[in-house]
Design a binder for this molecule. Structure first.
Ligand code: HPA
Length: 274
C-alpha cells in the first residue's frame, strides 16, 4: 500500500524522459494565488501529473495539476502547479510523493507557499509570514510505513525543518524590497472544514501564528530526504472566531489575488538569491 523506492524511480525516469538533460535545482510548491509563477517560467516543459506513473491528480480549485520545468530568476526550477492535499482523499504518503520524485531528479531545495488563517491577533489579513517552524501533531506522519533508507533515516531530526540560512536570506530579500515580513509558526489542520474558534484558540496556545491545510506534510518529507526548505504563508484571512464573520474560500482567493504582486516579488527575489 505504500510506494516502493522503484516506484519513485519510475516516476523520476518518466519525467527525465520528458525533460532530457535538464536538472532542476529548486522545487516549488505554490499554494492559492501563486500558481501563476509556473506560467512565467522560461523555456518551460510542462508535465501533467496525470501522465506521470504513480502520481496523483490535484483537484483543489485554482490548481492546474502539472509540473513546470524551466528557468526562473536564473535558477533551474520544477514548479508544482497544484499540490495534493490530504482532504482531497490522498494519504500523507501520497501528499509527499512528488517531493521525493523531485529530490530524485536533483532538487536540493524546496520552496513552499500557502494561504492560511491568521491566528496571531497582532497581525492582519494580507500579511506575509516567513515560516520558521511548524506543528503537525494531527493524524499520521507522511513517513509512516516502512522507511525507505535511500531517502533518509527512520527517525529524522526535525529541529530545523525550515533551513535557518534560507530564513536569513528571505529576511534580507524582504528588507531590500521593502516588503514587511512577519515570522512565525504554521500549524497544520487536516480540513477541509475551517477550524472552529476553539481550535484556533488551541492553536494560539500551542504557539501557532497561522493555521492551514497544506505544506507541513511535504516539508516533513523534504526534511527526511535532506532538502533545504524555505516557506511562506499568506495570511489570507483572520482565523475563525477572531472577527465576527464566517470564513469563505472566496475571501482566501481574493486575498491571494490582492497580494499576488508583493508575494511573487518576494519569492522571486529569494529565488534569485538562492
Ligand atoms: N484555515 C485553514 N486553512 C486556510 C485558512 C484558514 O483560516 N485560510 C486559508 N487556508
Amino acid at each position: 500500500m505504500y510506494h516502493t523506492f522503484p516506484q519513485y524511480q519510475e516516476s523520476a525516469a518518466y519525467i527525465r524522459g520528458r525533460i532530457g538533460s535538464f536538472t532542476p535545482q529548486v522545487a516549488m510548491i505554490l499554494g492559492s494565488g501563486l500558481g501563476f509563477l509556473g506560467d512565467v517560467v522560461e523555456d518551460p516543459i510542462c508535465v501533467s501529473y496525470r501522465d506521470i506513473p504513480h502520481f496523483k491528480a490535484s483537484t483543489a480549485p485554482g490548481h492546474k495539476g502539472q509540473l513546470v520545468f524551466g528557468t526562473l530568476r536564473g535558477k533551474r526550477v520544477a514548479v508544482m502547479q497544484g499540490r495534493m492535499h490530504h482532504y482531497e482523499g490522498y494519504s500523507y504518503e501520497e501528499v509527499g510523493y512528488a517531493v521525493r520524485v523531485l529530490r530524485l531528479l536533483g532538487c536540493e531545495t524546496l520552496v513552499v507557499t500557502n494561504a492560511a488563517g491568521c491566528v496571531n491577533t497582532q497581525w492582519k489579513a494580507g500579511d506575509l509570514m516567513l515560516i520558521t517552524d511548524q506543528i503537525k501533531i494531527f493524524m499520521e506522519s507522511p513517513l509512516r510505513g516502512e522507511n525507505i533508507p535511500e531517502f533518509g533515516p527512520r527517525f529524522p531530526d526535525a529541529s530545523h525543518l525550515y533551513t535557518p540560512a534560507l530564513q536569513e536570506l528571505a529576511r534580507g530579500a524582504a528588507r531590500d524590497l521593502g516588503i514587511p515580513l512577519r515570522e512565525g509558526v504554521y500549524m497544520y489542520f487536516p480540513g477541509p472544514q475551517y477550524e472552529t474558534p476553539a481550535e484556533v484558540r488551541f492553536a494560539r496556545t500551542a504557539g501557532a501564528d497561522a493555521v492551514g491545510m497544506s505544506t507541513a506534510p511535504e516539508v516533513i518529507v523534504a526534511g527526511h530526504c535532506g532538502m533545504q526548505v524555505l516557506g511562506f504563508t499568506l495570511c489570507s484571512n483572520m482565523a475563525a472566531g477572531i472577527l465576527d464573520q464566517p470564513l469563505s474560500e472566496q475571501e482566501v482567493l481574493d486575498a491571494a489575488a490582492a497580494c499576488k504582486d508583493k508575494f511573487s516579488r518576494l519569492v522571486l527575489e529569494c529565488l534569485a538569491r538562492l
